[in-house]
Every structure is written in structure tokens, then in C-alpha cells.
Design a binder for this molecule. Structure first.
Ligand code: SF4
Length: 419
């Protein structure tokens, strides 16, 4: 193996992979002190979470950044004048094992541009996972990208070696996809997603009857949408996410603020800010839908198609629904406690436990971890009257923003760089 050539490929293909946010973070640094292969130097190592909640370091790379497609939003698009490279299957296997043995990583995140066609590329991704599992006896975490348009047979095989599969929908609406990636068809994404969903259901039910049934994509499937590239409202993005959660059993939908990478009249111009704060609000909305019992139409609707960037979506909803408050924390149902701004899942659990033994007051709530700077406008506690009932929504919002200036203003004023 020529180390200098491998290192160059690693630089190119780890850099190209950073635009995929299906791993939770990028940028771990581990230097190799033995002059051998594997000086990651921050390249290609990211973090993700296993189904049991463990945070794992992954080698995050593309198999190749050659691509026959020309999707406007993608750095790897055919017409972009960039350095290209491709790993051989064995090179990815060797890199993974070398990094793994040096304790740099606990798994592999492998995506790819599409060379020749979807099946040709998918076959090579599967070969990497298969070799790792069967020849190297590798038991680490493997996340494989499903190539849009790949055959059912290949998707079935991929799930037998990968822990997680993901096909990135990228553009939340069919019309947006047509505009920015006219060579692609919406069904190219749906077909592999559907296959993976059905295989997971089938393998899980067989496993209940026959213990020796192999696992199929035990960490499920995920997808990613790019935010701020095709003019969709937050409502359209979240309706789309909701659709994929409900119809394809997605474990996660990731939202990736668009990073301007090329001059194209259909896209935000070079130098435009990455919509980091909007991305954050979408993640908060996603959380409210999945864990707090909110329906997407409560948070976003025709009158309110975009999230308020100044305050979190739960507070924004509460300000628009003041008639549902105050909530008595000593007697309210769990469903309503979850809707109080400043009260998180853990706090709700603690409130439900603690109030079995005593009537809770504001000191108790503070000790539990409730953010009283927000919650106090929406609760009754320990028999104390609701003093804020005459305040308008806009007045409450301005008081909260003023009193939590450190947190909200900082978040609001600065756009972070994405990587
Ligand atoms: S097919 Fe995938 S890798 Fe190729 S240009 Fe489109 S988004 Fe990029």
C-alpha cells in the first residue's frame, strides 16, 4: 500500500464526506506517533450513537467522489472542478482495520458518489462491509449509505453486514428535487427506504420464532435533508420529516444547513451564511414531535409556516396558546407537563416522582432542573396564584429574551461555522 497516495485519498474523501451529517459530529483529533498509517489528524473521524446510546468514533469517508450525477447542492457533483479520488475496496478495509487496531475508531461510516450506476457502487460498499465482517471478523459499528436506485437484492444484502443504512433524501420536496437534481427521481430514494423498512420488520419477526435468524440493520435507517437550499418553509420540511418517520420507520432524520459550495443561480450565493440557528430550531421541533407528544401541525401551520428563530419552538407554541395555561405542576397530567416551556423530559419524570411525596414549590422545581425563567409564566405551583396572567404573549417573550439574554442573544446573533 502506498502510504502517501492513501493519505492523499483520505484527505480528499474524508473532506468530501463531512457534508453528510448523519454522524453526529466531526473533528476528533488523534495523531499517530509511530510513523505508520493512520495519522487521522482530525480527518475523517466523527462521532455517532449506537442503538444503546453509546457514543462511538467512526472513520467517515466516501468510497469515491467521482459521480455521474450533477446535483446542484452537492460538492461532489459532476461539473464541480475538484480533486477526485477513489478507494479500492481493500484499501477501505485496511484503513478501517488499521485505525481500529490503533484505537482511533470504533466503526466505519461509508458513503459514496455514484460511479457507473447505483448497483455498481452499492456492490462495492457492500463488499467493504462483507470483507470486514467475514474476513477480518470486525464487530465494530458500520453505517453504509444506501445508493438511490440500488436494487432490492443489494439492499437486502447490505443490511446483513451494516448496523445502520441511510439514504439521504437531501431535498425535502419533490418539486425542489426536480429543480436542483433533475436527473434524479423521487422513487429512487423511496424504493431502497421501503425495502430496508420491510426487511427490518421481516427479520425482526422471524427472529422471534427462530433465534438463529441474523440481525438486519439493527440500528435501523436514517435520512438527511438539506435546509435553506430550495426555498422550502419549515412546515414543509417538518411535514416531510414526519412522513418519513411514520411511513419508513426512520430512526433519525438529520437536518443539514446548506453550506454554499458553488456558483449556481438556483442556489444561495457563495458567502451566504449557513442557516445554523434554523437547523437547530428544526432539531428542537423534531424532538418535540418524537418525544413530547406534539403534532407537527400544532407547531407549524398555514398561519405559522416558519419557526421563530428568537425562541425555541415549545415556547413559541405556548405563547400562541396561552389559553392552555397555567398548568398546575402538582396535579397536571404528564402530557401537559411536557408542554410547559423550560420543562424537559427528565424534569417531568422527576416532578412525577417527587410530587408523590410532597407538594412541590418553586425551590423544588429549581432543584429538579426546571428553567424557571421560562416556566414561571406558564405554571401554578404550591398554591401560589398565577401572577403573570395579564401579560400579553409579546410582553412575556420580551421579558424572557431580556432575562435570558446570555443564552438566547448569543445564539441569535452569531452564525457558527458548520465544521
Ligand atoms: S448523486 Fe449523490 S454524490 Fe452524486 S452529485 Fe448527487 S448528491 Fe452528490
Amino acid at each position: 500500500m502506498r502510504f502517501d497516495r492513501i493519505k492523499e485519498k483520505l484527505e480528499i474523501l474524508a473532506d468530501a464526506a463531512k457534508y453528510d451529517v448523519s454522524c453526529s459530529s466531526s473533528g476528533s483529533k488523534r495523531s499517530n506517533k509511530n510513523k505508520g498509517l493512520g495519522n487521522s489528524d482530525g480527518m475523517g473521524i466523527c462521532h455517532s450513537y449506537t442503538p444503546d446510546g453509546r457514543c462511538v468514533s467512526l472513520l467517515k469517508i466516501l468510497l469515491t467522489n467521482h459521480c455521474i450525477f450533477d446535483c446542484a447542492y452537492c460538492v461532489t457533483r459532476r461539473s464541480n472542478d475538484i480533486k477526485r479520488a477513489a478507494f479500492k475496496v481493500q484499501e477501505v478495509v485496511d484503513l478501517t482495520i488499521n485505525f481500529y487496531r490503533r484505537n482511533y475508531i470504533e466503526g466505519l461510516f461509508l458513503s459514496s458518489g455514484i460511479f457507473k450506476n447505483a448497483d455498481f457502487t452499492m456492490e462495492r460498499l457492500i463488499q467493504v462491509a462483507k470483507k470486514l465482517r467475514l474476513e477480518e471478523n470486525f464487530n465494530g459499528y458500520i453505517h453504509l449509505k444506501s445508493i438511490p436506485g440500488a436494487s432490492d437484492e443489494l439492499m437486502r444484502e447490505a443490511g446483513l453486514y451494516a448496523d445502520r443504512l441511510s439514504v439521504n433524501i437531501e431535498i425535502p420536496t419533490v418539486s425542489g428535487l426536480k429543480k436542483l437534481a433533475p436527473e434524479k427521481d423521487h422513487s429512487d430514494f423511496i424504493k431502497p427506504m421501503n425495502k430496508v423498512k420491510n426487511e427490518i420488520i421481516q427479520y425482526n419477526s422471524e427472529k422471534k420464532l427462530i433465534k438463529s435468524t441474523p440481525k438486519y440493520a439493527p440500528a435501523g435507517q436514517s435520512t438527511q435533508m438539506i435546509v435553506g437550499v430550495s426555498g422550502e418553509s419549515d412546515r414543509e420540511i417538518m411535514l416531510s420529516a414526519n412522513y418519513y418517520y411514520k411511513n419508513y420507520n426512520m430512526k433519525r432524520v438529520y437536518y443539514s444547513g446548506y453550506v454554499p459550495i458553488s456558483n449556481d443561480p438556483r442556489l444561495p450565493s457563495l458567502g451566504s451564511q449557513v442557516p445554523m440557528l434554523r437547523e437547530n430550531r428544526l432539531y428542537q421541533t423534531d424532538w418535540l414531535m418524537r418525544f413530547y407528544g406534539f403534532d407537527v401541525n400544532e407547531l407549524l401551520n398555514q398561519q405559522f409556516p416558519n419557526l421563530d428563530v428568537e425562541v425555541d419552538p415549545k415556547l413559541s407554541w405556548a405563547l400562541r396558546n396561552q389559553h392552555q395555561f397555567p398548568v398546575d405542576v402538582n396535579s397536571a397530567e404528564k402530557e401537559m407537563l411536557l408542554r410547559i416551556p423550560g420543562v424537559g423530559l427528565k424534569s417531568v419524570h422527576k416532578i412525577l416522582q417527587a410530587r408523590k411525596f410532597r407538594k412541590l414549590n418553586y425551590d423544588h422545581l429549581k432543584a429538579i432542573g426546571v428553567a424557571l425563567n421560562r416556566a414561571r409564566y406558564f405554571i401554578i405551583c404550591d398554591g401560589r396564584g398565577w401572577e403573570k396572567q395579564d401579560l400579553s404573549a409579546s410582553r412575556i417573550k420580551s421579558l424572557i429574551l431580556r432575562n435570558s439574554a446570555g443564552k438566547f442573544r448569543k445564539e441569535y446573533s452569531s452564525q457558527l461555522s458548520l465544521f
